[in-house]
Design a protein around this ligand. Structure first.
Ligand code: GRG
Length: 297
């Protein structure tokens, strides 16, 4: 299947599943739930749940396991959405535009946005922990722990803390790598690992998927740096040039645009070579790596 067709098909599955899993905005908590739903459905690419699904497909075609992967992917998308809501807050990046629409705190106020993020983060773990029949408790627990580690103080949250602390300071490239690995890379890697585990991958396969996940996580962030430096606010749906304005270290700041492009491509090639042993079922993961390099927003 051609990659755009694949992405559209999976994106629709994710939208439908998220809508059925997410609480309805009625009753006494309706304002809070509406704020959560707003950011969840305002139009993300759904890269993370699609990666989770494609990783399960690389090791299994069992319908019930693909359904598991869809729920896990949706939970991770809730965590990703919370991180964007909080990242846009006045205390952090203070952004008014995300995905071409007003950010959460512009519409729901600062307290409303903080709580919408808190609600999404906690709800994600409720989804992950719900009892299921098609996955063993050991695999389920392993996934919950992986997601918690990827999202937590040594993963995404820790990376965000380092990123904020390092604004306007001259740190070495190794420090930038650590920020990228934790802030963006950890959650992307964990989608791939969790998808594989849900699909019943053996340890060797999980190791290869981890290498793939680490490499595309890096490619994703390098491309994000590139887009911030070279694209426009209209195309990105968020403020372009924000990294430079905030005095953030980026790949283009260290290496210039052309060398940065070649480093992104190198990471994509590394990711693809980690999939050699999987054969045709991993074709979507291969194409997703190319898509991450070629994306325009
Ligand atoms: C506030 C705890 C906390 C963490 C924030 C992820 C993050 C950490 C901040 C976002 C800043 C940023 C632009 C990071 C670069 C990579 C990234 C996560 C881009 C946005 O993800 P996409 O492109 O977004 O998948 P969509 O809109 O498609 O969901």
């Amino acid at each position: 299947m051609e990659i755009n067709q694949y992405l559209n098909h999976k994106k629709q599955l994710v939208e439908d599943k998220l809508d059925s899993l997410m609480l309805a905005a009625d009753g006494p908590f309706s304002d809070h739930i509406e704020a959560m739903r707003y950011s969840l459905f305002v139009g993300g690419k759904r890269v993370r749940p699609i990666l989770c699904l494609a990783s399960t497909e690389a090791v299994s075609s069992t319908r019930a396991l693909l359904e598991e992967a869809l729920i896990i992917g949706c939970a991770i998308e809730c965590i990703h959405t919370y991180s964007l809501i909080h990242d846009d807050l006045p205390a952090m990046d203070d952004d008014e535009l995300r995905r071409g629409q007003p950010t959460n705190h512009i519409l729901y106020g600062e307290a409303g946005a903080i709580l919408a993020g808190d609600g999404l983060l906690t709800f994600a773990f409720e989804l992950l922990a719900k009892s299921r029949s098609s996955i063993s408790t050991a695999r389920q627990l392993r996934i919950i722990r992986l997601v918690a580690e990827a999202a937590g103080p040594l993963g995404m949250v820790g990376g965000q803390a380092l990123d904020i602390a390092g604004e306007n300071s001259n740190y070495p490239f190794e420090h930038l790598q650590m920020i990228h690995r934790s802030k963006t890379g950890a959650l992307i890697r964990c989608c791939v690992q969790a998808g594989g585990i849900a699909g019943g991958a053996d340890e060797q396969q999980i190791e290869q998927l981890t290498l793939y996940g680490e490499a595309i996580g890096l490619a994703f962030q390098i491309v994000d740096d590139l887009l911030d430096a070279t694209s426009t606010t209209e195309v990105l749906g968020k403020s372009a040039g924000a990294d430079q304005m905030r005095g953030k270290a980026t790949y283009p700041a260290f290496f210039g645009i052309e060398k940065t492009k070649s480093l992104a491509l190198q990471a994509v090639e590394q990711a693809k070579s980690a999939l050699d042993a999987f054969g045709p079922p991993a074709a979507p993961l291969v194409q997703l790596a190319d898509y991450i390099y070629a994306r325009t927003h």
